[in-house]
Ligand binder design. Structure first.
Ligand SMILES: *Cc1c(COP(=O)(O)O)cnc(C)c1O
Length: 556
């Protein structure tokens, strides 16, 4: 029998945003931080990966709170002169013009370099394209996605990087698939169908968005106007993405295999996309976070040596309280329970759920028995999200010794919060949190999760052992109104009956739970585990399709 030669396929990973560090602000939230953690884990494990992204000149938004208590947005131009220029460029035809993209390089992760496309350089007439992450009109968005997808494939070629498998992290990168098809049709004179099938054997895809409206689709007329068809015709584009052109549906039809980001999200995603004919199967690979970035060294050491966790925990808590004092003037009590909550201010995340029944929660806040620290940005055009922040700021002003809102959420603030809080609260509407990753970061620092059963939590936390679950069992279908009410009652029950008594009266049990939380999370929810599964279940499987094809006898 012929020996199958095993090699580690070389992967090009496409993502609209990357959260590598606070110093390179080209991310908006969870998707970007995941992509950053992915590259770091690839670096640690010496895997042959290359990242493709965009150098966003003005970030997503810098969001501060005004005197009036409302969030406002600033868009400073960042100085990226320290980011290498490869000297190479690629050209993408967009709306009747040749757009020249510079290829910049972040090479800090050696075997896992990140190439960033940039149209916003002195003298460029197309600076608008890579100006602002998730900003602008539908036309802007399509242009950005063309730079990422079409420009990304051309950049790999210009750099002479050979790729075995292309990984689209979210649907934004789907025009890369169109470019791979175009190359085969024009360069190798393949038919559309052959080029499509051949491309499929090179692509895999991760879907992140369990809400239909969050999955982008575009009007065909607009795509044509932008020249996103890239040499394909209306019938071919419709076969891939439907009408209107759905980026997720197209990505599913362009890949060998796709994954959702937790087991529960896998169920949701499979039922969401079951109508898409010809779609790749959707498996589940649960997200993970880069342990060396998110787990404090002294916590890791104390855990491994079986030493006391309270001392390093208190050190991080005091560091957080010092930051809060410096930023807001609020002085919190290091000996009182501290609950952290930092999320994008999207309505479904329900940051303000805990305040729902004022007569229950406010006495605790007055007494200082429970302290709440919030952070999070709203999308600049999300008025509802901004209302939520305004309400949180009102609570901060009313209870300045027990409620805090930290403005301009970023990776630095996240780092302080996920190691300095006692408890990490997570209460989104279900099943809308695909995975969630901030709770993983908290868990591996011994910060105990109090969470509804959604996303990663369903696979991780054990109630009363490594965290607490807010379980709402309801015979009737949950409606918007009763879901909030039932969840908040259960949240209060867990807080009053379990979290508060354990924190104040049973330090030993608390420490045991911290230990169980770290034990449960530090490998299972690491990016190192995640990327190993990517190789096993996505990349090798996609690559095997190419090997299979190559072993088929040639058609005569
Ligand atoms: C981890 C992280 C996120 C994602 O958190 P979720 O729990 O998935 O919402 C968002 N923003 C920053 C800055 C993070 O560090």
């Amino acid at each position: 029998m012929a020996e199958i030669i095993k090699k580690q396929p070389k992967v090009a990973y496409f993502c609209m945003e990357y959260g590598l560090s606070h110093e390179l602000p080209i991310y908006a939230g969870g998707l970007g931080v995941l992509a950053g953690d992915f590259l770091k884990a690839a670096h640690d494990l010496n895997l042959p990966v290359v990242g493709i992204g965009i150098l966003w000149r003005q970030d997503y938004t810098e969001q501060f709170i005004g005197e009036d208590g409302r969030p406002y947005d600033l868009y400073p131009d960042y100085d990226y002169s320290n980011i290498k220029d490869t000297g190479k460029t690629v050209t993408v035809r967009i709306r009747g013009e040749d757009v020249i993209c510079k290829i910049r390089l972040v090479d800090q992760y050696a075997n896992a370099p990140l190439y960033l496309l940039d149209t916003n350089y002195p003298g460029s007439p197309h600076g608008w394209i890579t100006n602002r992450l998730y900003g602008g009109t539908a036309q802007d968005r399509i242009a950005q996605e063309m730079v990422l997808g079409i420009g990304g494939i051309r950049a790999l070629k210009a750099l002479g990087i050979e790729v075995d498998v292309y990984h689209f992290n979210e649907g934004h990168a789907v025009f890369a698939g169109i470019e791979l098809i175009r190359e085969k049709m024009h360069g190798q004179h393949m038919s559309f169908v052959d080029a499509w099938q051949e491309t499929r054997r090179q692509v895999c895809f991760t879907t992140h968005t369990p809400v239909a409206a969050g999955n982008e689709s575009h009007d065909h007329g607009l795509l044509q106007h932008m020249e996103a068809y890239n040499g394909l015709n209306h019938e071919q584009m419709s076969r891939l993405g439907g009408d209107p052109f759905n980026m997720t549906a197209a990505a599913l039809r362009l890949s060998t295999v796709a994954n959702a980001v937790s087991k529960l999200h896998g169920q949701t995603a499979r039922s969401m996309w079951k109508e898409v004919r010809d779609a790749a199967p959707i498996i589940s690979i649960t997200n993970g976070v880069h342990t060396p970035t998110w787990q404090a060294d002294d916590i890791k050491e104390a855990f491994e040596r079986g030493e006391d966790l309270w001392e390093p925990h208190m050190r991080h808590k005091k560091e957080l309280l010092a930051y809060i004092k410096e930023q807001t003037g609020n002085e919190l009590n290091p000996d009182a329970l501290l609950v952290g909550f930092a999320r994008r201010a999207a309505a479904y995340k329900r940051s303000d759920l805990i305040f729902r029944n004022a007569e229950v929660i406010e006495p605790l806040l007055k007494e200082g028995k429970i302290q709440l620290v919030f952070s999070g940005k709203a999308h600049p055009r999300d008025t509802l999200g901004k209302e939520i922040i305004t309400d949180l700021v009102k609570m901060d002003r009313k209870y300045s010794n027990s409620v805090v809102f930290l403005e301009n959420y970023n990776m630095n603030i996240a780092r302080l919060l996920v190691r300095g809080s006692d408890v990490w609260l997570n209460n989104p509407k279900r099943p809308l949190e695909a995975s969630g990753t901030s709770g993983m970061k908290a868990a591996m620092n011994g910060v105990l999760n109090v969470s509804v059963v959604d996303g990663w939590v369903a696979e991780g936390c054990q109630h009363g052992v490594s965290g607490w679950l807010i379980c709402t069992v309801c015979k009737e279908p949950l409606t918007d109104i009763n879901e909030d009410e039932l969840d908040v009652q259960n949240l209060y029950r867990v807080l009053f009956d379990e979290v508060i008594p354990t924190y104040y009266n049973n330090r030993e049990k608390w420490l045991e739970m911290m230990r169980a939380s770290i034990d449960m999370s530090h490998y299972q929810f690491s990016a190192q585990r995640m990327i190993r599964e990517y190789y096993e279940l996505l990349y090798n499987r996609t690559y095997r399709e190419q090997e299979k094809k190559n072993r088929e006898p040639a058609m005569v």
